[in-house]
Write a protein that binds this ligand. Structure first.
Ligand SMILES: *Cc1c(COP(=O)(O)O)cnc(C)c1O
Length: 398
């Protein structure tokens, strides 16, 4: 059967592929330590689960408004007021089936064929694909590790063309864990201001920030950009609710309306009882978030230290999210049997085969020198996995 050109150019998510391969090995009884996971390993907070179960039992099993219930929209507005210190009303927020779906809808209603979207690399794998699916062109701006993987204002300025429609900011970042501080965002806002550009602010990791660092939204330093900024967030990462599929956007009412119209003709509403669980998560006791954040902070320190002890590997200490992005270019040129390590993908294959450790090669995110390792796993698994990594690297010949 002939598939559409749209379907033919689509790449399946490489991060999900690694997780699937590790799972398959495990099913064969092979003990694989996985650093591929893009989701918290904690259980969903009990009060969110209870709210969903009660909703089911109370018969809340029918369609809701396409953009989410009034109750959930209100909860989102309250959360945004608390987390961002900004007032949004129900016509300025909409709920989708996960933040990934929110972003998909957003690019669909923003882009015409040929419109360009600035995507700083290393990037989350779905941005370029979603932009292309909407007929747009991703314009990838490489960032430097020396700049903390942050897009520099000069680089942004240089990439702008009359076709530039939007710029993606993802802080803290997947895959690098890098956080944009106030001064970085101010400098970017100076470039964006006065231009007809939409800021897509993917804040899905905003509550997972460690040490003395603090999440800052571009709207905190540049509130004048509110009429062209769309905040994207959700419950997946903050509340360990990845399977629930609840994400949201906050932005100008006309964009929100368009996203809801699109959603009303595609998925219709996010699952009714998942919305109930999300309400409980968003407005309920937030102590669970702090508990998970502390566990992630400890694991971050553990994995960064362990990786930096491996000769040939250097690992920047990320400010947030739950990924490290070690630079493994110091291992390039080494050999393993008749195979050479010349790229992250070679090392990832070597680690899976020889150390039974699953990592995601940087190529998937637009890097030719790094691996992405998720530390959404136990401290024991981190110790064991990085230990195996180190031991296997020691067996490579130079
Ligand atoms: C996980 C993730 C999302 C999407 O999460 P959902 O589960 O779809 O809500 C969006 N952006 C980034 C950068 C992510 O890592």
């Amino acid at each position: 059967m002939r598939l559409s050109s749209r379907a033919r150019m689509l790449k399946p998510s490489p991060t999900l592929a690694i997780t699937a391969k590790a799972k398959q090995l495990r099913a064969q009884g092979i003990d694989v330590i996985g650093f591929g996971a893009g989701e918290p390993d904690f259980d969903t907070p009990a009060h969110a689960v209870r709210a969903a179960v009660e909703a089911l039992e109370a018969g809340e099993t029918r369609y809701t408004p396409a953009g989410g219930t009034a109750e959930l929209k209100q909860a989102v507005c309250r959360r945004i007021a608390g987390d961002y210190g900004m007032e949004y009303g129900p016509t300025e927020v909409t709920v989708s089936c996960g933040a990934k779906h929110t972003l998909y809808n957003l690019f669909q209603v923003l882009l015409d064929p040929g419109d360009e979207v600035i995507v700083p690399a290393p990037y989350w794998v779905s941005y370029p694909e979603q932009v292309r699916l909407a007929g747009g062109s991703p314009v990838v701006i490489p960032t430097r590790e020396a700049d903390g993987f942050r897009m520099q204002p000069e680089a942004l300025e240089a990439a702008l063309t009359p076709r530039t429609r939007a710029v993606v900011i993802n802080s803290p970042s997947n895959p690098t864990g890098a956080l944009y501080r106030a001064e970085h965002l101010e400098a970017l806002a100076d470039v964006i201001r006065g231009r007809d550009l939409v800021v897509v602010s993917d804040d899905i990791y905003h509550r997972l920030v460690y040490g003395d660092e603090r999440f800052v939204s571009i709207l905190e330093v540049a509130p004048d950009l509110r009429d062209r900024t769309v905040i994207v967030n959700g419950v997946s990462k903050t509340y360990a609710m990845t399977g629930w599929r609840i994400g949201y956007a906050a932005g100008p009412a006309e964009v929100i309306r368009a996203m809801e119209a699109l959603q009303s003709q595609s998925t219709s509403n996010p699952t009714s009882f998942a919305q109930k669980g999300a309400v409980a998560a968003l407005i309920g006791d937030q102590a669970c978030v702090e508990e998970m954040r502390r566990a992630f902070a400890r694991r971050r320190d553990l994995i960064v230290e362990a990786l930096n002890r491996i000769p040939g590997v250097t690992c920047r200490r990320p400010e947030g999210a739950f990924y490290v992005f070690p630079n493994v270019s110091g291992l390039f040129g080494r050999r393993w049997g008749d195979r050479g390590i010349g790229a992250p993908a070679d090392l990832a294959a070597f680690l899976l085969d020889e150390a039974r450790v699953a990592v995601v090669p940087g190529e998937a995110f637009g890097s030719s020198e790094h691996l992405r390792m998720s530390y959404a796993t136990s401290e024991d698994a981190i110790r064991e996995g990085v230990g195996r990594f180190a031991e296997a690297v020691g067996r490579l010949s130079t």
